[in-house]
Design a binder for this molecule. Structure first.
Ligand code: SF4
Length: 356
């Protein structure tokens, strides 16, 4: 895949870059924050809307730069109205998938950080097919800004759990986190942001350091023994459970919030009492909570959703150990809610249309 030139895209610039831009354009320094405000807070369609900038500046910015890195292709709501999937097209014609989940007063946007994913968890649609490329910080933040704009400023939380492994695209993910939190950016509180990782342990340490422990950390566990986890989450062959536990033990005191373990519960794969006890043994010393995600079938794999009894048994085991547990509803199966599925389906239909 060709490297896409995002140098002239303004979505994704930070304060320093905006100051350089102002300088290059012969503008006084205070114009830098005005430009950032138009980009991130007002999320304008064109610089012609930037009413407090001189007409000549608006003209130059419009001709020299591109505001957005993404355009909306498709929006698909689930039947119960709790989630909406968005497909965006990048400048180089690729597809990015994001989801808005509305539950009670929370409006959470789940963002993608890569086109595809190199980790290849066997139950996940994002890991299927060829890896494309890392997304830029602008492309990551723009998913939130787009949805924020379409939903009239309603986004309350952001989770880095869409397509891709955020810590495998470390620098751009950290830049996106900076923009999401910056007062000149989207000004979101760090406790409203969660980064989810499959367990790239050296990067977990770097991430906690970068965000000062303030952004929430979520770890995709999915199994409590190395043999099973290596099968489900192949990165485990490189960074095994022992190392993961050691790393989390190191960072959990500097994290301002509880670690969450994500556990995709799959029928007859990782749903035994022994599995549940194993997860409890990992979570307890870390004071972590566990989020159970009953498996959402994707077309490419033959795994099944666990029975209600198994879900209840998992909940019971965690309660017995005094571990906080939540069960994620499998909302929106009708909108291809499995991560990466809508993108795969769309890519397939576009390819078929092209082949005639
Ligand atoms: S679950 Fe996450 S880390 Fe695993 S393949 Fe899917 S996107 Fe990548």
């Amino acid at each position: 895949m060709e490297k896409v030139d995002l140098n002239h895209v303004l979505f994704g610039i930070d304060l320093e870059a905006a100051q350089e831009l102002a300088k290059r354009e012969g503008l006084p320094p205070y114009r830098a924050t005005q430009i950032l405000e138009w980009i991130y807070k007002k999320n304008i369609e064109s610089f012609q809307e930037a009413s407090n900038l001189p007409t000549a500046t608006r003209q130059r910015l419009s001709t020299e730069y591109r505001l957005h890195a993404l355009s909306l292709v498709e929006e698909k709501a689930s039947a119960n109205g709790e989630s909406v999937k968005y497909l965006f097209r990048t400048i180089d014609g690729e597809l990015v998938e994001s989801v808005l989940i509305e539950q009670q007063k929370r409006k959470t946007v789940c963002v993608s950080t890569q086109l595809g994913c190199k980790i290849g968890c066997i139950f996940c649609a994002s890991g299927k097919g060829k890896f494309g490329r890392d997304l830029s910080a602008g492309e990551i933040v723009e998913q939130v800004a787009w949805i924020q704009k379409m939903k009239a400023g309603a986004v309350t939380n952001v989770v880095f759990m869409g397509m891709g492994e955020p810590l495998d695209n470390f620098d751009e993910t950290m830049r996106a986190l900076d923009i999401l939190q910056a007062p000149w950016g989207l000004a979101m509180g760090p406790r409203r942001i969660t980064v989810s990782t499959s367990g790239i342990t050296p990067r977990i340490l770097d991430f906690v350091k970068h965000v000062g422990g303030r952004v929430r950390l979520s770890v995709s566990l999915h199994a409590s023994d190395d043999a099973k986890r290596s099968r489900l989450v192949p990165i485990n062959r490189k960074y095994g459970l022992g190392e993961l536990k050691k790393t989390l033990a190191k960072v959990h005191h500097s994290l301002k919030r509880q670690i969450t373990f994500e556990y995709t519960l799959i029928d007859e794969v990782n749903d035994s009492r022994e599995d549940a006890e194993g997860v409890a043994r990992i979570a307890k010393p870390l004071h972590a909570k566990v989020n159970i995600i009953p498996y959402n079938p994707i077309e490419e794999e033959a795994f099944r959703t666990p029975t209600d009894e198994k879900i209840a048994m998992f909940r019971r085991v965690f309660h017995e150990h005094g571990i906080r547990v939540t069960i994620r509803k499998t909302a929106g199966r009708d909108i291809d809610a499995a991560c990466g599925q809508l993108r795969l389906n769309r890519k397939d239909s576009e390819r078929r249309a092209k082949d005639g």
